[in-house]
Write a protein that binds this ligand. Structure first.
Ligand code: BES
Ligand code: MN
Ligand code: MN
Length: 454
């Protein structure tokens, strides 16, 4: 039967691309209030497709943007798989850096280009398209529940409560998420670890208004100077984070893991060249892959203070702020890390300024066992989809739902992603390779057949 489904997919390639273009043309930017209606429209579009695949579909309210929940007819004795994806996207700005407009999907050089192409609409589409093909052959041989949410890119603030509330409806044996990458083009991967994230905002203030920097400079603290000085203390010369207690709970890499990763086809020089950076940087004593996948970091994501327009303006700004995120690894506790950053900065802050720190969101790192039956079946499915055995790897990014599924439903997640490092996710000119789209769709089709054997 799988062979026939794969054949059906072959014949639908053009239609599949056309449908994905429709999905990509909806600007479902979750963080912007003015796009709330587009977000709703996008949920409805996803729901309609799943209805066409003969699923029972509801668009369910959450505390924020709606979630699409769909299920096929669950049959006793079959395993149940919970598939998660997100239909919301990051903002497209800066718009002038896009070669073609972000919400006018265009195929060029073997890739479909639009905001959300790889993260995560293209990958969600792989699943839906494979289900449409399965439907032409009587439906997949497994009980499926799909949860496609609209708030991942803002940290899934309402999803934990949603999963808890709908525990019974979401009950499953294993979860599947396609929102990660291949190791390299044509070398697919199953991801068994993700870093966590604590996202903070740090604000420094002094005088009650902006001041002329000549008249007042040298008599009252400059919040921009003080914020930069404070943030400058967060790393030592070896690239280690100096937040007090930051490494206390970090699990060291095992020699086996280091050996396995060292065998992966990876070249540090090409990595730097591809990024256009003069030289690779980071914590001393680790390779880039180790730093990305298994070492915690602390980064400024945004920095705001004073005059930002063209030319010069002499001003002593009254406030300065920074968005600071920390990527976390197993067993770091996000709350402890948030408190550690607060305590460290307060201890280092001079009495001449006021310091306010606020946490936007936090989620822990995850590790999934690689010896289970489901992950082995998944590896078979990837091999069918890509004609290549997958490697097992970790990733540096974060997906909050994985921890929620573990905590609320007690299940592990198979992270089977089809993106590439050069997809420009969260950046201008995001794309998803057509090869990845079709191999990913085949993988999903095979996955539903294989997981039926659980
Ligand atoms: N899909 C990404 C995460 C990702 C991408 C993981 C590629 C591995 C490989 C996801 O949409 C994302 O952007 N997550 C955010 C976290 C969130 C809390 C906003 C991230 O990692 O910054
Ligand atoms: Mn994503
Ligand atoms: Mn993302």
């Amino acid at each position: 039967m799988l062979d026939q489904v794969l054949k059906t997919l072959e014949g639908r390639r053009h239609a599949s691309q056309a449908a994905l273009k429709e999905l990509l043309s909806i600007p479902s930017v979750s963080t912007k209030p003015e796009h709330a209606d587009d977000v709703k429209r996008c949920a409805a579009w996803v729901a309609d497709q799943l209805k066409a695949a003969a699923f029972d579909v509801s668009i369910m309210p959450t505390g924020g943007h709606p979630a699409v929940v769909a299920r096929n007819k669950h049959q006793a004795g079959r395993p149940t798989v919970l598939v998660y994806g997100h239909y919301d996207v990051q903002p497209a700005e800066p718009l002038d850096l896009w070669t073609t407009p972000p919400f006018e999907p265009t195929v060029r050089n073997g890739a479909i280009r639009a905001r959300g192409a790889a993260d995560d609409k293209g990958q969600v589409w792989c699943h839906i398209e494979s289900l449409l093909a399965w439907q032409a052959h009587g439906g997949p041989p497994v009980n499926l529940t799909l949860l496609i949410e609209g708030e991942e890119e803002i940290g899934s603030p309402n999803l934990g409560a949603f999963v808890r509330k709908h525990k019974d409806a979401l009950k499953a044996d294993v979860a599947v998420v396609s929102d990660t990458n291949q190791f390299a083009r044509g070398l697919p991967a199953i991801t068994y670890g993700l870093r966590g994230l604590a996202y903070m905002e740090v604000k420094v203030t002094a005088a009650n208004r902006d001041l002329h920097s000549g008249l007042f400079g040298g008599t009252v603290a400059n919040p921009a100077n003080e914020l930069c000085a404070l943030l400058g203390t967060l790393h030592d010369r070896e690239g280690r984070v100096t937040v007090d207690g930051f490494y206390d709970d970090v699990v060291a890499l095992t020699p086996q893991e280091r050996q396995e990763w060292a065998k992966l086809p990876w070249n540090e020089t090409n990595y730097a060249l591809g990024l256009g950076a003069p030289k690779i940087a980071g914590e001393a004593g680790y390779s880039s892959l180790e730093r990305r996948w298994a070492r915690p970091t602390c980064d400024i994501n945004g920095l705001t203070s004073g005059y930002q327009g063209p030319g010069a303006k002499t001003v002593l700004p009254c406030e300065a702020s920074a968005k600071v995120s920390m990527r976390l690894v197993p067993e770091q506790d996000p709350l402890r890390i948030v408190e550690a950053l607060e305590a460290t900065l307060h201890a280092r802050c001079p009495a001449t300024v006021r310091l306010e720190i606020h946490c936007h969101s936090h989620t822990p790192a995850v590790l999934v066992p690689t010896d289970g039956r489901a992950i082995q079946l998944a590896a078979e499915a990837v091999e069918i989809g890509f004609n290549k055995r997958p490697v097992f790897m970790r990733e540096g990014g974060s997906i909050p739902v994985v921890n929620m599924f573990k905590r609320e439903l007690g299940i592990d997640t198979l992270l089977i992603g089809f993106g590439l490092d050069d997809d420009n996710v969260h950046a201008p000119n995001e794309k998803f390779d057509l090869d990845a789209l079709h191999a990913g769709t085949r993988t999903c089709a095979a996955l539903y057949e294989r997981l039926g054997r659980l």
